[in-house]
Design a binder for this molecule. Structure first.
Ligand SMILES: [Fe+2]
Length: 154
């Protein structure tokens, strides 16, 4: 993992009003500690990208936040998929397809940004990411929770 520790030197900041694009809410928690921590980090990474764009940082700096998001998404999905396999979650393969689709979409958006940063539709990308992550956590991820928790207890 590269550069991520620099972006997130202070984990779990105290709850306070923030200017985050995607504030983390406890209602997004699934009750699986490692997964919840990953999801929160994903929110943080999206917020870092949004902040970098809003502060009009250089293309290279914005790209660093995109790279961090891209690599953490892959790292998180790999971790989550391992849980699903261990739990023998019946919809594991379908869930993996959703993960591969998002990885490809992020790759494509990142390339579009690098090709023509001035034409990149940041709002559309942020809306896409925000909708995807919230929907995915609250529907597809929520569906595996009883299986993963059951596997941990048995
Ligand atoms: Fe997932």
């Amino acid at each position: 993992m590269f550069g991520l520790s620099k972006l997130f030197a202070a984990p779990e900041p105290p709850a306070k009003a923030s200017d985050d694009f995607m504030p983390w809410l406890d209602s997004y928690k699934l009750g699986i500690r490692a997964i919840d921590a990953d999801h929160r980090t994903l929110f943080d990474l999206v917020n870092s990208f949004e902040r970098s764009v809003r502060m009009k940082e250089s293309t290279a700096q914005v790209a660093v936040t995109l790279d961090a998001l891209e690599s953490y998404v892959a790292e998180h999905f790999a971790r989550e998929e391992k849980y699903l396999e261990v739990a023998k979650y019946p919809a594991t393969e379908a869930h993996k397809v959703l993960h591969r689709d998002l990885e490809q979409d992020i790759k494509d958006y990142r390339q579009d940004y690098l090709d023509m940063p001035e034409d990149f539709d940041t709002d559309e990308f942020l809306r896409f990411l925000s909708d995807w992550l919230k929907d995915h956590i609250q529907s597809e991820d929520l569906a595996y929770v009883p299986f993963v928790k059951g596997a941990k207890e048995s």
